[in-house]
Design a protein around this ligand. Structure first.
Ligand code: PMP
Length: 367
């Protein structure tokens, strides 16, 4: 009854969503702030009859809106002072849209990674990468992290690979490689292999590798509306890269589902792109909350991994991550515990509002 291949699937496990009580959810790196209020109007006035028709399969207007917003901000909502400028224009044919960046990543694995050589990933990075590798039967070369959890870039580049993918900033560590480091990797990485940087959390870091697209046609950057754009429920992710890479992703999409970004999502996301000020302000607030939360926690004796994201990985000497997670859950707050060797002592905490983080601090100070 079931296909052979089904036996080999090891599905991704998202953060839990228990329904027994109303928890403060700090376990899925969602944004605690609302999407732009302008979106409410669009959804309210959305032409009802449009629901009976297929959406634009190419998300033309949406791709233009995304390109325009990236050109306007320089690539991230709150650019750091030394983030290099975007000195070229990102055009529609450099953008690919999908139903969340998870789906975009699935197309990336299908389109660019073969199974004759291994795909290079950090041993600990986004846990969907091994899932897709299993799905598409792609061998992985998992390169262990350095002792301080940073990526071992030299070893990653040493592998004769079919491609390379990592999150920057990385998840679940929250650590980022600098723009210069990414460029130094691209300089030596083979130009006929695709180099994928998953920038799901880049807006919270102030840095993006987007300016490097001008020089490196094998660079592909993955972004999402789920985090900094408060749109995890809407499902929109996108890739930015050379027109040739985007065309390959489009062929893949059109061989799987012609219409992954529905009409509602396209309409709402176009408006989201027009209210960059709203999202930049929220992003700034999250970065401020993160920095003060991390400082207070560290001053109270916790080990805090420096974060460039909207989450932070923390541990306390002598207490396992599971015990910390359970103690916090008992008080009505969800954080994430990973039952994985090197981070078993840690919990990952999403940055919420100041009030939510204060509640959490009160609990954690007593642990
Ligand atoms: N990349 C990374 C590094 C992530 O943490 C996530 C969120 N789980 C995603 C991609 C996928 O995000 P989404 O599908 O919501 O766009």
């Amino acid at each position: 009854m079931f296909a052979q291949r089904l036996k080999n699937l090891q599905p991704y496990k998202p953060g839990e969503q228990p329904k027994d009580i109303e928890y403060i959810k700090l376990n899925a790196n969602e944004n605690p702030y609302l999407p732009s209020p302008k979106i409410k109007e669009v959804l309210k006035d959305f032409p009802f009859e449009k629901l009976a028709l297929y959406p634009d399969p190419d998300s033309h207007e949406l791709k233009c809106a995304i390109a325009q917003s990236l050109n306007k901000t320089g690539g991230v909502l709150v650019p750091a002072e030394n983030q290099p400028a975007l000195d070229f224009e990102i055009t529609e044919d450099m953008i690919f849209c999908g139903n969340g960046s998870d789906e975009v990543l699935s197309f990336v694995f299908y389109a660019f990674f073969d199974n004759d050589k291994p795909l290079v990933v950090p041993e600990f990075s986004y846990s969907f990468y091994p899932v897709y590798a299993g799905y598409y039967n792609i061998d992985l070369c998992k390169v262990p992290l350095n002792e301080d959890f940073s990526l071992d870039v030299e070893s990653m580049l040493d592998v004769d690979s079919t491609g390379i993918i990592f999150a920057n900033p990385n998840a679940p560590t929250g650590l980022a490689l600098s723009f210069e480091k990414i460029e130094s990797m691209l300089k030596i990485y083979p130009k006929d292999k695709v180099f994928v940087v998953d920038e799901a959390y880049a807006d919270f870091s102030g840095y993006t590798a987007l300016p490097l697209l001008k020089k490196y046609e094998n660079l592909l950057i993955i972004r999402t509306f789920s985090k900094s754009m408060s749109f995890a429920g809407m499902r929109l992710g996108f890739a930015v890269g050379s027109p040739a890479l985007v065309a390959a992703l489009t062929t893949t999409k059109n061989s799987f589902n012609h219409f992954p970004t529905d009409a509602f999502c396209q309409a709402a996301s176009i408006v989201a792109c027009s209210d960059i000020e709203w999202y930049s302000e929220n992003c700034r607030k999250i970065m401020r909350t993160r920095d003060s939360f991390c400082k207070t926690l560290s001053d109270s004796g916790w080990n805090v991994i420096p974060s460039s994201t909207n989450f932070v990985l923390v541990s306390k000497k002598g207490i396992s991550g599971k015990v910390v997670y359970e103690a916090i859950k008992k008080k009505g707050i969800l954080v994430r515990f990973f039952d994985i060797d090197i981070i078993r002592d840690f919990v990952r905490i999403t940055i919420g509002t100041d009030e939510q983080m204060q509640k959490l601090l009160d609990i954690m100070k007593k642990i």
